[in-house]
Ligand binder design. Structure first.
Ligand SMILES: [Zn+2]
Length: 116
């Protein structure tokens, strides 16, 4: 368990790393039009973000209870992210489904059929 001071020291560092990762990831998935490349990068990116989050929880509050709660939660979010984000092969657009049970069938930009 960390004292309040070290949490306050680590938090800004975590926020900066988080913002850089999130910003570069969002820019990459928004601007890049290579669906095959994005499909390869997505799992690494989502898992990296999950590990970073878990690392932060572990570092700031390494109680067993919070990790028991955080690990399944992050695993679920990671799984849902990989499952609900789809890429259009025709135009390369990143599509994000609102529900893991109804994946987008057609690209909202060009109307091409999406891979399920
Ligand atoms: Zn498209």
């Amino acid at each position: 368990m960390m004292n309040q001071n070290s949490v306050q020291q680590v938090f800004p560092v975590f926020l900066v790393i988080w913002a850089l990762l999130g910003g570069s990831g969002a820019a990459f998935f928004f601007f890049n039009r290579n669906a095959a490349l994005k499909r390869k990068v997505l799992p690494f990116f989502v898992v990296l973000a999950g590990l970073l989050f878990l690392g932060f929880i572990f570092y700031t509050d390494a109680s067993t209870e919070s990790l028991y709660l955080a690990v399944p939660m992050v695993t679920l979010i990671t799984f849902l992210n990989i499952r609900t984000i789809r890429f259009c092969d025709a135009c390369g657009r990143t599509e994000r489904s609102q529900s893991p049970f109804s994946l987008p069938k057609f690209c909202s930009k060009c109307g091409a059929a999406m891979k399920q």
